[in-house]
Design a protein around this ligand. Structure first.
Ligand code: PLP
Length: 396
């Protein structure tokens, strides 16, 4: 695995420390671990009190502790935290666009992002053009005078293609649009979109940041203070703030985020290379396999825990392999300490039309793996025995 760190080295040096001290108190007699402040409301000295916290739909001390950490990880504290990743995306888009505005979105983004844009925002008069964001020319060609937002996810889901954020940021600046990056797969530990020119990052903390499949959440980070205020206003007005318990669980998860991601990425890279040479596998996708140079320039020393691979034999073969896995658990999720497998065509991307699936690169034989912390030998053995159920047929 590559250890070259060509992007944001100054930020990287402190990320481990910021994470392991997440929410910790340092003063005499303070608890080492942030308490869960389980109160919906806060007392005031007088009717004009400007107390920091007044009502937990607007702000809560435990949520604020998480917001400080997540913002600090991107050099732009505080973040704004939400009940889920999609709540964060919804509030962010409502803060950025209005009827008549246009969005350019990468075609290989999270399925829920596509659904939000096509089935919730389009009927409100906000249209989206979906493009291959790995082609800056395609993004530039889709931009119109009405474009306010360019939304990309990199590495893409589930194809793991890498979008050149510096190139897309230049297009956004030229068009007077905001570049929003969904950083869920790499997190600030492995990719710093703001440093690469993005205006806003949005992250589903439900995945790697929590890391233990216990706390849904989402966060938005930007250096634009006016936008930050607007996002907080939308959150207060629509009511999708993070809960204190989930914020607390997320803070616990963050403490080991860089360690987990480095270990899980190392296993993912080795497994992707092994799968690429497996006789039952038509092709494997991982950032360093297809987009090595850009991936090295954009990622902080590792490429994430998610890989995907296409088994020979299409739909029935993929379903057979998914069903035969024992250690790797079949779920619709990424980012946990357990190895998780998804068959996107029948799970995460089942709502899309076959044409939309094809455009997003989701072939019938594709399986997505979110590599966990089990021993790599155990994961490989499990994959090997599941693939053996179709190898005999491939050989015939
Ligand atoms: C899961 C996910 C989301 C949505 O997050 P929720 O917390 O499930 O709402 C958005 N983007 C990506 C890349 C995701 O994996």
């Amino acid at each position: 695995m590559t250890n070259r760190t060509t992007a944001s080295a100054s930020v990287l040096t402190s990320i481990d420390s910021i994470c392991c001290r997440a929410g910790a108190g340092f003063a005499d007699g303070q608890p080492l671990v942030t308490p869960i402040v389980q109160s919906t409301t806060f007392c005031r000295d007088g009717v004009d009190s400007r107390a920091e916290h007044q009502y937990s739909r607007v702000s809560n001390p435990t949520v604020s502790a998480l917001e400080d950490v997540l913002g600090t990880l991107e050099g732009a504290p505080p973040a704004v935290c939400f009940s889920t990743g999609l709540a964060a995306e919804t509030a962010l888009l409502l803060a950025l666009v209005k009827a008549g505005d246009h969005v350019v979105c990468g075609r290989a983004v999270y399925g829920g992002t596509t659904r939000l844009l096509q089935q919730v925002l389009a009927p409100l008069g906000i249209d989206t053009t979906f493009v291959d964001s790995t082609s800056p020319a395609a993004v530039a060609a889709a931009v119109t005078v009405r474009t306010r937002v360019i939304f990309v996810e990199t590495p893409a889901n589930p194809t793991l293609e890498v979008t050149d954020l510096r190139a897309i940021a230049a297009i956004a600046r030229g068009a007077g649009a905001r570049l929003v990056v969904d950083n869920t797969f790499l997190t600030p530990a492995l990719q710093q979109p703001l440093e690469l020119g993005a205006d806003v990052t949005v992250t589903s903390t439900t995945k790697f940041i929590d890391g233990h499949s216990v706390a849904p959440g989402g966060s938005v980070v930007t250096r634009d203070n006016a936008l930050l205020e607007r996002i907080r206003f939308v959150r207060k007005s629509t009511g999708a703030i993070q809960t204190p318990q989930h914020a607390w669980l997320t803070l616990q998860g963050i403490k080991t985020l860089p360690l987990r991601l480095r270990a899980q990425s190392a296993s993912a890279e080795t497994l992707a290379q092994w799968l690429a040479g497996h006789p039952a596998v038509a092709r494997a996708h991982y950032p360093s396999l297809g987009h090595a140079q850009l991936a090295d320039a954009q990622h902080l020393g590792a490429h994430g825990a998610v890989l995907s691979f296409e088994v020979s034999g299409g739909l029935s073969a993929a379903r057979r392999v998914a069903g035969a896995l024992r250690l790797c658990r079949l779920v619709e999720h990424v980012g946990s300490v357990e190895t998780l497998v998804t068959h996107p065509a029948s799970m995460t991307h089942a709502d899309l039309s076959p044409e939309a699936r094809a455009a997003a690169g989701v072939r019938d034989g594709l399986l997505r793996l979110s590599v966990g912390l089990e021993s790599i030998a155990d994961i490989r053995d499990d994959l090997e025995s599941a693939l053996a159920t179709i190898t005999a047929e491939v050989a015939r």
